[in-house]
Write a protein that binds this ligand. Sequence first.
Ligand code: FRU
Length: 459
Amino acid sequence: MSLPRPRFHLTPSRNWMNDPNGLVFTGDRWHAFFQYNPEGNDWGNMSWGHASSADLLHWDEHPVALPHRPREQIFSGSVVASPGDTLTAYYTSAYDRGIQAQSRATSVDGGFTWTPDAANPVLDRSSSDFRDPKVVRIPGGGWLMLTVEAVERRVVFYASDDLLAWREAGSFGPLGPEGVVWECPDLVHLPVEGTAERAWVLLLSTNPVGDDADPAGSAMHYVVGELAGGVFRSDATDLRPLDHGRDLYAGVTFDSAPGGAAVMLGWMSNWRYAHVVPTAPWRGAMSLARTLGLRRIDGALHLVQRPVLPPTATGDAALLTVEPHAVIEVAWDPAATGAVRVRLTGEGDATVDVVHDPGARTLSVARTGSAAEALHPDFPGERAAPLVGAAGALTLVIDGPLLEVFADDGATVLSHLVTLGGGPLTVSVTAETAVVPAVRVSAVGDITAQEGPAAPAAA
Ligand code: FRU
């Protein structure tokens, strides 16, 4: 089985893609670079691919921006737009001799061609796991570069006034579970909904390593804290999940987004099975762009993600058929329904169940069927997230093999790869009680309502 290519998410037309790199808004367009193998459908020959978009939904692919070189791969990094229309990229040079160090390149044509610095690498600690530079602007002037010492589970901060000379400012970590590497840090200054406040939030990705690595695989997290003396600090005692699904990793935000918004893209896969996801000739997809914010819930600041959704046509029903490229919005009164289940049925026995249970205060996503089982032993199964609110509202975005589920008005998110196939999907909504909620489906393609309401069933 080969899974269909998404229509409104960023994917390369062919070959392997992982992390988003160098996200920058410039020249009225959103530019995304990404970890890319120009020569094949597996990880290797890492280079920066390039695409751009006017609306974050339709992407144009461009020639490779930073190709790998003899004895040097181009790992993850970032781009900032600096005064005078110059773009500055920082990326990790991963040398075959086992050293990872940070290099710099500039572009004066809006990101299409790049000139590496003759002095590269410009930041070298003789470390084998020093990577993923993310340069962020500091309010009041200057720049910070976040990098990781991945194995030490530390974010190392550097400060600069000119994007050229960097001084080490300190580090953050370790924190949270052992047995993982830390990767792809980012730092955002997010508004708190309904207030004039902002707080600093560290974004971080972790990937299990070692002989007994956690089969759950890679995941993204966040930590709320403050920025002092060029270093992020927090009194948090653990990392908090940014996305409760299996397939959201290496997410970072765009530099220079309009209005200073924090707009994130993440890679929708998991290192545990990324290499066997059955797509061809492409492999790897980004999430929808998500605008990040904070909401105070029960006294604590909680990350909120609002997706940029495609424009769609709408219809109402409780049982219907859609093309597998759709936005499915379900709204109901949980007091009247109890738990609600949205079931997506695809090719063969492929099924995805999304269950919203206000009693247990959980939102779960389960992917089952023989295609899910065939993909990888750690692929099928259920993931549950705690709900932080009681509202009966869900947004499901399905785009070929990508499923993003948003609840709690963006405070609870689960992103998953799914194996429903390329044919029409049946969507059925059932409730614990006889009251079946009305479903509003906004499809990118055709919507066909089925006869009669779905039968009530225990969700
Ligand atoms: C994260 C990561 C980064 C690295 C890149 C290599 O997924 O492992 O740490 O720079 O991928 O492709």
